[in-house]
Design a protein around this ligand. Structure first.
Ligand code: ADQ
Length: 488
């Protein structure tokens, strides 16, 4: 099994194609944690990545030029890149529609934001079948392990079976899995659940997500049961046996810790702090998304300034929002709401020489992001619900002097691992979050050090490479003996 090739399948391919300043198309490696983690594994085992190239290419490059770019990309990454083409209608209904207007809000416990348009379902099925065809054409039954990622591609294993194609398959859900009460609202609940059970291994971020999934299976598929209760258990339905496991995703700890100590990061961190002297900086970093709880957080920050006047002039919130899904009206409305709240808070509290909220609406480059992680004493990470939240782990890894305080939502998957060092909060509890801000502000150096050290040790031990190995050990080697028996 050690020689099994790996075929990674995700909505987006591992590279980005962009036009350079000279007007020529060029490729860049994708920057996410998944690419960093899976790149070396794909190179070692040999393998391929199947995914959509993004919409900026549509009709703007001829096939020959694209093939040449992909061949170059394959040479540079050390593994093959296989693009799946999507039409405009497919992008609208499969990606923006079913994935982001149905599964995303429903799985984040926000069913009132769902738009259950039946047309979305048909195109979702059609696109998942397209991905399945790409897998069938590029992989073999014996030599490949197919690892499918995330909610956009739940039906892939089912579609492969419908085509009569046998493959060893695993699926990892990066977002939460909702409780039964939420899940049963989905008009396609049986199809989605049955499709998940067509994989050989299904992985979740947390024990809670897996429990929710198993509750749905037990309730909606009579005669099913779970055997074992460790990190990886067996789910038996009348038709199949599937492994179900918890694999909390992580980051390349070493890379973050080393990069945080480089000259360029330190210099910029120093400049940021020199411009905001004599105060503690609180950092929020999020993609623009209603699940991240940014308006609630701003209200909590204002509440802290209101109820603890000694914080005025002594703390500054730096809120970074990374543009995302910009064409969707709901996201545009959220942006306006954030801007209104920032304006309101600054209008109310600003004094000469002190602006309470610094608001940054753009993507940061790596040096800037790390400089903010290093320079801010407190990270305020309060999603209403989040699969994991890597920003929380990145902040800790970058806190190389162990002096940062992490305020973290109970509803982020990361809370299951960082509970012993973070100040856990309920993001809906405005006064509770405000109290945590005050507690972080007055926390002494020794306590900060002890708490941060615990979290850094845990992330270092359970880094992204640990995550990949654990999933593949369960999926490919089917070796369950090394997994903890008790849930964590
Ligand atoms: P996301 O919802 O995107 O991921 P998160 O886990 O926080 O959320 O990852 C965001 C990533 O973007 C981080 O790696 C961060 O470094 C990067 N980033 C953040 N701000 C940036 C900025 N200003 N400029 C550039 N880069 C920035 C989904 C799920 C999560 C789950 C991950 C991984 O919603 O719950 O943790 O997948 O499984």
């Amino acid at each position: 099994m050690e020689t099994t090739r790996l075929a990674v399948v995700s909505n987006r391919l591992a590279i980005v194609v962009e036009k350079g300043n000279d007007g020529k198309w060029m490729i860049k490696s994708g920057s996410g944690g998944l690419v960093t983690a899976l790149g070396p594994v794909l190179r070692d085992r040999g393998g391929l990545w199947i995914g959509w190239l993004g919409s900026n290419l549509q009709g703007s490059m001829d096939d020959g030029a694209l093939e040449e770019l992909l061949a170059q990309g394959s040479r540079e990454t050390g593994y093959s890149l296989k693009p799946v083409d999507l039409t405009q209608e497919e992008i609208q209904k499969y990606y923006f529609g079913f994935s982001n207007e149905i599964l995303w809000p429903l799985f984040h416990d926000l069913p009132s934001r769902c738009n259950f348009d039946p047309a979305y379902w048909r195109v979702y099925e059609q696109v998942n079948a397209k991905f399945a065809r790409a897998i069938a054409e590029n992989t073999g039954e014996e030599e490949d392990y197919v690892w499918v990622h995330d909610y956009q591609l739940i039906l892939v294993a089912d579609q492969l079976k419908k085509m009569g194609v046998n493959r060893h398959t695993g699926f990892f859900l990066h977002i939460p899995f909702p409780p039964l009460d939420g899940f049963i609202r989905l008009p396609w609940r049986f199809q989605i659940l049955e499709a998940m059970l067509q994989y050989d291994l299904v992985g979740f971020q947390t024990v809670r997500d897996r429990r929710n999934f198993m509750d749905c299976v037990r309730m909606l598929i009579p005669g099913s049961k779970v055997i074992g209760h460790g990190q990886v258990a067996r789910c038996l339905t009348p038709k199949r046996e599937v492994l179900v496991g918890t694999f909390p995703i992580s980051i390349d700890f070493k890379q973050f810790a080393e990069f945080a100590g480089t000259r360029e990061v330190q210099d910029l961190a120093w400049i940021i702090h020199a411009n905001l002297p004599e105060r503690q900086l609180i950092l929020g970093v999020d993609r623009l998304d209603y699940t991240k709880g940014i308006p609630h957080r701003l209200l909590a920050f204002a509440n802290a300034l209101e109820r603890y006047p000694e914080l005025r002039r002594k703390i500054t919130l730096i809120q970074v929002v990374v543009p995302s899904r910009q064409d969707v009206p709901e996201y545009e409305a959220l942006k306006h709401e954030i801007e209104r709240l920032v304006g309101e808070i600054n209008g109310r509290f600003t004094e000469v020489g002190w602006t309470p909220v610094h608001y940054i609406y753009r993507s940061l480059n790596r040096v800037e992001l790390l400089a903010y992680y290093r320079t801010c004493e407190v990270a305020l990470i309060t999603p209403l619900k989040d699969g994991m939240n890597l920003v929380a782990k990145e902040f800790c890894a970058s806190s190389i002097e162990n002096n940062g305080v992490l305020i973290l939502s109970e509803f982020a998957g990361a809370a299951a691992q960082l509970y012993n060092g973070a100040l856990l909060v309920n993001p809906y509890d405005i006064e509770g979050v405000a109290d945590a801000i005050y507690e972080a502000f007055i926390m002494d150096g020794e306590t900060r050090h002890a708490r941060m050290e615990k979290m850094r040790r845990s992330i270092q031990k359970n880094d992204i490479f640990h995550w990949v190995n654990a999933f593949l050990r369960a999926g490919i080697a089917k070796d369950l003996s090394q997994f903890p028996k008790a849930e964590f």
